[in-house]
Design a binder for this molecule. Structure first.
Ligand SMILES: [Zn+2]
Length: 134
């Protein structure tokens, strides 16, 4: 294992070329995550994009963000889970369907080991899109 002294990420190969800096696009953000997590991050990105194709992708608060006039929903990789941040109201509205997951106000944590609840994520993204813009 080699740890990049600049960004602190670990790689199998010493001096592994990688994106090493603050991401300014979702592509760069995903590129900057551990290789094992990237397919899952691409999957969640695709789910949200399909649910709300009119929203714009950007980085906000250092997280992949979907935006339309305001921030609608974010996601982010953390060590043990994928975090989805739809806002505090959304986790209350979808509390029943989110029962299987570790949630707190505005945060949904999906362990990397578990499959993504595709339909539910799409539904929440759409709810954010329809609710936060008005
Ligand atoms: Zn680096």
């Amino acid at each position: 294992m080699w740890k990049c002294p600049k960004c602190g990420r670990s790689f199998e190969k010493t001096d592994q070329p990688h994106y090493c800096g603050k991401p300014s696009t979702i592509d760069e953000y995903i590129e900057g995550q551990d290789e094992a997590l990237r397919p899952r991050l691409k999957e969640v990105r695709q789910i949200i994009k399909e649910a709300i194709p009119q929203a714009q992708e950007k980085i906000s608060w250092s997280m992949p963000t979907y935006w339309k006039g305001k921030n609608l929903i974010h996601f982010a990789a953390s060590k043990k889970h994928l975090g989805i941040y739809p806002g505090g109201e959304a986790t209350t509205v979808f509390a029943e369907e989110l029962k299987a997951y570790d949630t707190s106000k505005g945060t949904i944590r999906i362990p990397w080991k578990e499959p993504l609840p595709r339909d539910l994520i799409g539904k929440i993204a759409l709810w954010c899109y329809e609710t936060y813009q008005s």
